[in-house]
Design a protein around this ligand. Structure first.
Ligand code: ZN
Length: 485
């Protein structure tokens, strides 16, 4: 285990998270060379601009060779072809024809299904594709019983198949009137772009072996009220499935705002604070000791920044501390409602002339969600961010479970406990911490392959978390502890 410190030690170039001086980093790196057992006990104290305490400054995880290779396979031309093909179905409104071979949501559903089946054919049986259907009885924005169908491609994990990560785009579309099922609704940005991201990821991951399961879904019924994703999330919950992360890619097609401003290197990630599915007991704990900024979804968002905001994606991940934009929602909410960590990716600035609009020209200005307003190079980078996040999650150990901050006695140090994971390549654990006012984890303390540790730092003054590490140095998302004994 002692060699692990040096293996974990990545490049020492400064990052946006490194706030300590270079001299301090060097000192901290020297500490890492010490055996893990003594690292936690020795209280290597940092100095300089940040808070002092045990451990070393945390650094982003850099992509390994396999991930870099995977990211290079994302094909902008294929993404463009998918968006244009989906727009050609005229409308993909949830209430549009389900049996017209050329126009309507049924034709789009069948085309997506055939594409995904083609990708799965190259997977040696690891990827399966299904049409997941149910009949939605009349409800808000659904006037008559309507078949809602998700197209689901599942890449089964090799060593932790029960652990699941999900990415979705919604293939239904709309025009100005949300009940208009016949007018043209090309839905290029909203949300052929997100479907293209999920499909392109399915294509490049189908030929690979993943440790955990990754699911790529084109969901329906989003514009009518998140019906398809609601069904998908409820099916997982009913099966007691261990979904540890979900991303909705919705409106990821353009980098241009309505005033013409372009921002081609930023992707927003909306992540809730107080969990949608928080129980009264959890709310009481949060009111007592904090944690508004430490929901599982926030940890997931921090993880995405950690692995995907770098030169391999060419993107900055702008995490927004909200569940979604004002007046808007997306399919991640269906997963949040079932208690699963989830977030929504969306473009940096929107142009509302090209969302939810009839295709028309007014005073010389073109309205409508047409492919000509998409930036396919931008969508390719969005796909890279998603790929980096999903692939890293699925190759790392799962988020630690049962993480408890021991509160049976009043003490000025911190005792943490957790349950050991079952991954065959699990190497051990790291404790992370930060000032309660800091938005991101700042310090990391390797503690080795143990399930309990005591840190010489008061739990009253900082926030702690625990993450798992595998033999290749992949880290899991952080688990935020609950008080207990
Ligand atoms: Zn949408």
């Amino acid at each position: 285990m002692t060699s692990q410190g040096s293996r974990r030690d990545g490049p020492t170039k400064p990052t946006r998270r490194t706030f300590l001086s270079a001299a301090t980093v060097t000192a901290a790196a020297a500490t890492v060379a010490a055996p893990l057992a003594t690292t936690s006990a020795a209280s290597a104290t940092t100095t300089g601009g940040g808070p002092s305490g045990p451990g070393r400054p945390i650094r982003p995880q850099s992509p390994d060779r396999e991930l870099r290779k995977l990211l290079r396979e994302i094909d902008q031309r294929r993404i463009e072809a998918i968006v244009r093909r989906l727009a050609e179905f005229g409308t993909r409104h949830t209430l549009s024809s389900q049996d017209d071979p050329a126009r309507g949501i049924g034709a789009a559903r069948d085309w997506i299904y055939e594409q995904l089946r083609g990708y799965a054919a190259r997977s040696d049986g690891r990827m399966t594709v299904e049409l997941q259907s149910y009949i939605q009885e009349p409800a808000s924005r659904i006037p008559v019983p309507t078949r809602i169908t998700n197209v689901v491609a599942t890449l089964r994990g090799e060593t932790s198949p029960e652990r699941i990560y999900v990415v979705t785009g919604h293939y239904d579309s709309r025009c100005t009137d949300v009940m208009d099922a016949t007018s043209d609704a090309p839905g290029a940005d909203d949300d052929a772009s997100g479907v293209a991201v999920a499909m392109e990821l399915a294509r490049i991951m189908a030929t690979r072996r993943s440790e955990a399961t990754i699911v790529f879904v084109a969901v329906a019924g989003e514009e009518q009220g998140l019906y398809g994703s609601g069904y998908l999330a409820r099916q997982y919950k009913a099966a007691n499935a261990d979904v540890q992360g979900m991303f909705s890619d919705d409106i990821v097609g353009s980098s241009t705002a309505d005033d013409g401003t372009r921002d081609r290197r930023t992707l927003r990630l909306f992540a809730e604070g107080v969990p949608t599915a928080e129980t009264p007991g959890e709310a009481n704990t949060r009111r007592s000791v904090g944690g508004e900024n430490d929901s599982p979804s926030r940890q997931l968002a921090r993880y995405v920044s950690d692995v995907a905001d770098n030169d391999s994606t060419g993107m900055r991940v702008r995490v927004v501390y909200r569940r979604d934009r004002y007046l808007r929602g997306s399919d991640h909410i269906s997963f949040l409602e079932q208690g699963y960590p989830a977030g929504r990716f969306t473009e940096p600035n929107e142009d509302f002339a090209h969302q939810h609009q009839d295709v028309r020209v007014v005073d010389g200005k073109q309205y409508g969600d047409l492919p000509e307003f998409c930036d396919f190079e931008y969508i390719s980078r969005v796909a890279r961010v998603n790929a980096a996040a999903l692939w890293s999650l699925a190759q790392a150990p799962g988020t630690p479970k049962g993480v408890t901050i021991v509160t049976s006695n009043l003490t000025n140090d911190t005792e943490l406990r957790w349950t050991r994971g079952t991954e065959p390549d699990l190497a051990g654990y790291e404790v992370v911490w930060r000032e309660t006012t800091a938005p991101e984890w700042t310090h990391v303390i390797p503690v080795g392959d143990v399930t309990t540790t005591t840190i010489d730092l008061s739990k009253d003054n900082v926030f702690f978390g625990v993450r798992a590490v595998d033999t290749a140095g992949h880290r899991s998302p952080v688990a935020f502890p609950r008080p207990g004994s």
